[in-house]
Design a binder for this molecule. Sequence first.
Ligand SMILES: Cc1cc2nc3c(=O)[nH]c(=O)nc-3n(C[C@H](O)[C@H](O)[C@H](O)COP(=O)(O)OP(=O)(O)OC[C@H]3O[C@@H](n4cnc5c(N)ncnc54)[C@H](O)[C@@H]3O)c2cc1C
Length: 396
Amino acid sequence: MDFSLTPAQEAFRGEVRAWLGANLPPDWATRPVTEVPRADMYEFGRVWQRKLYEAGLLGITWPKEYGGRGLTWMEELIFHEEMVFHKAPPPLNIIGLGMAGPTIIAYGTEAQKTRHLQKILTGEEIWCQGYSEPDAGSDLAGLKTRAIPDGDDYVVNGQKAWTSLAHIADWMMLLARTDPEAPKHKGITYFLVDMHAPGIMVRPLRQLTGDAEFNEVFFEHVRVPASNILGGVNRGWEVGITTLMYERLALGFGLQARFQIVLDAVIGLARRMRHNGGTAAQDPVLRQKLAQLVIDNAVFKYTAARAVTRLLRGEMPGPEASAGKIWWCERHQALQETAQELMGLYGQIGKGSPWAVDQGLWQYAFLRSRANSIEGGTTEIQRNIIGERVLGLPKD
Ligand SMILES: Cc1cc2nc3c(=O)[nH]c(=O)nc-3n(C[C@H](O)[C@H](O)[C@H](O)COP(=O)(O)OP(=O)(O)OC[C@H]3O[C@@H](n4cnc5c(N)ncnc54)[C@H](O)[C@@H]3O)c2cc1C
């Protein structure tokens, strides 16, 4: 790894720093932070995304002709570092920017790239990911949603589950079965689906936190033009895995940055909360825990940097992506547990109570963090991937 920046990269850092310094809302630094967009932040996230786009700070590695910046993963890393430094909020269209866009760049036709990429960057069209079904989560290749050709269209019937942001999404990356006779990984096709098409019903699922950020999505005779297939008929598994690879890569950059923002906020909380006659920050046991989390995040940062080095050499990221996912969710859950520990009984007081600390954010964040070891592929599945591909163990 080479950590020295070229003069052009230093100049890019200066540009991002100056822009964020001038454009974040003035009271931003004092607002509570979360790692996912919440319902009361959607509108802010949309406007914020548009501003980032207009400043040329989204799609940093995307080709210029589709609204990107045409730079390298090093500039992407610099951008995330500066976002941390300024405690900047995430843009709203996280699934579009992190997953749909890169997959369309990799597999899309010229027409698909022209149609979708810019609107992903501007946030005009929000995306969701229609992979999981009630009986196909870890065993994704067992999915049953069917797409049958009919003239120039395919007709889709079936159900997706746990679809994040489907309730505000305009487009979905859909995996559907197009050849039920083929071995299960071979008969799947990847479609770009207009969420406003007739026959799509979205039903929110309420979570432990009280929010409903994910949904069940039902398809009843939904017509999807064949021109919306990405990467070819029955090639959906390969295309879908590319999206997951980008998802884990986005986790590597984005979540390391957000982890640091939340960690800084917990350290600030420790300085404010009373604990055993002093502040929580003076408690030797809590100090040790916080120090360990700071060290762990430095390790994660350099693991993400190893993945960047591979990308800069034109290689694909390897097992760093799965290791990073496990690391992040275990550390983030430990961080939220530490926040609860240092708050004592105040940690149980939620939004709406005058006694709630930081408007109940920490109670929310603790409950939300339980999903980290499920979303984006469970910890057990990531361990299987590492066992098979890194350690060479027999397949599970
Ligand atoms: C907050 C959140 C947001 C999500 N957003 C989306 C989204 O936007 N789009 C989408 O498509 N999906 C989404 N998901 C779904 C997520 O990808 C699945 O929940 C996940 O892949 C697990 O699938 P499952 O829930 O069916 O559990 P199952 O696959 O039924 O697993 C149940 C348990 O068995 C374990 N297990 C299963 N197979 C094995 C094995 N072979 N070896 C060892 N252990 C195993 C699992 O680790 C788990 O502990 C989201 C989930 C959450 C929690």
